[in-house]
Design a protein around this ligand. Structure first.
Ligand code: MG
Length: 171
């Protein structure tokens, strides 16, 4: 109708969450990012597989749900999570979201690391994350930045993620 305001979604139809994580590189570890093993001389330290990208996305989902953080769901002192695939954490975050009546709308993420280059693995990471989250790879974004000017150089990798959840008819 002319002059009437455009329809807008009700606040309860959407939830946004953000996540952040960092892990240090360590010798003798495989490098896992977004559920994909990247060839590199070192991997990321951590109680699980150290997949900093999956952890940031997981925290973004829990944040959107107001459901705590990854540490409250998967305590690092719990031996069950030693060297665990972080895709398990993501699968569980998705399950909780679905159970509460939410599905993944889209994910945007940034990995900050000096090496290796992520571009050759970006498609595989998007595919891996999409499969676990039950969405198309089209709605999973994985960006990469080098830690230019930051003091930790190549010793640390960080990841940030934003997730939008959309209300389903499950509730
Ligand atoms: Mg972590």
């Amino acid at each position: 109708m002319p002059g009437s305001p455009a329809p807008t979604p009700q606040p309860s139809e959407w939830r946004i969450g953000q996540g952040w994580d960092s892990h240090a590189f360590a010798a003798g570890r495989a490098l896992w990012l977004g559920g994909v093993e990247l060839p590199h001389e070192r991997g990321l330290a951590g109680h699980s597989d150290g997949d900093v990208l999956s952890h940031a996305i997981c925290d973004a989902i829990f944040g959107a749900l107001g459901a705590g953080d990854i540490g409250s769901h998967f305590p690092p002192e719990d031996p069950r999570w030693r060297d665990a695939s972080s895709l398990h954490f993501l699968r569980e975050a998705r399950r909780i979201a679905n159970e509460r009546g939410w599905c993944i709308g889209n994910v945007d993420s940034t990995v900050i690391l000096s090496a290796p280059k992520l571009a050759p693995f970006r498609a595989a990471m998007r595919q891996s994350l999409a499969a676990v989250l039950g969405v198309s790879p089209d709605v999973i974004s994985v960006k990469a930045k080098t830690p230019e000017g930051l003091p930790f150089g190549g010793d640390i990798t960080m990841a940030q993620a934003v997730v939008l959840l959309a209300r389903t008819n499950a509730e």
